[in-house]
Design a protein around this ligand. Structure first.
Ligand code: ACO
Ligand code: ZN
Length: 164
């Protein structure tokens, strides 16, 4: 899956340190090594990295969950929860975030039979919100004081049949 000189591939255990570094650099929500390794072990096909210039420059990781549809009241649904996505600053606005997310969503649907994808995003995180809206995600609710510092989150979701 190469495009404009980058490659999207599954995360490998030896990528852990680099992915944790990118997460620290890009986001205030950070996780323990075992958190990453657990997601990789359980859902390897939706934990992806983007490589270019010989290094990983971005990642996406997800968890497949049983829950309720974000679109139909009380309909039991398999969900692909995007836990975290980031692309290093010098590599942004080249479509890498879009491609990471699309690939994780397609694999969530095709490998794990997820029907919908959802995620939380800080209400002030314009770049990420625009990315999700461009992909067709819709805002489904506001989670008040979702983050440790008290900021609210929007929950965005999309039916995976809408992802080409
Ligand atoms: N300003 C306005 N629109 C933007 C911006 C921005 N800074 N960044 C992306 N977009 C929109 C644009 O519509 C863009 O399309 P365009 O470039 O043709 O106009 C579209 O999103 C797609 O952008 P990509 O190039 O695919 O995204 P990128 O590779 O830059 O990655 C990301 C986006 C992951 C949000 C990046 O900015 C990042 O790592 N930010 C810091 C970490 C972060 O906020 N992650 C998301 C947290 S929420 C969560 O993880 C579930
Ligand atoms: Zn989440």
């Amino acid at each position: 899956m190469a495009s404009e000189g980058y490659r999207i591939r599954p995360f490998r255990v030896e990528d852990l340190e680099r992915v944790m570094e990118i997460n620290f650099e890009c986001l205030p929500e950070n996780y323990s090594p075992s958190f990453y390794l657990d997601l990789h072990k359980r859902f390897p096909e939706t934990f992806l990295v983007a490589e270019l210039d010989g290094m990983i420059q971005g990642y996406v990781m997800s968890r497949i969950e049983r829950g309720f549809s974000k679109f139909h009241v009380l309909k039991p649904t398999r969900l692909c929860h995007i836990v975290s996505i980031a692309v290093r600053e010098p590599y942004r606005r080249r479509g890498i975030g879009t491609e990471l997310l699309r690939s994780a969503m397609r694999n969530g649907r095709e490998v794990y039979e997820a029907e919908e994808c959802y995620l939380e995003v800080r209400v002030t995180n314009e770049p990420a919100i625009r990315l999700y809206q461009k992909l067709g995600f819709v805002r489904v609710k506001r989670n008040v004081a979702y983050y440790m510092d008290g900021e609210d989150a929007w929950v965005y979701a999309i039916p995976l049949k809408e992802i080409p």
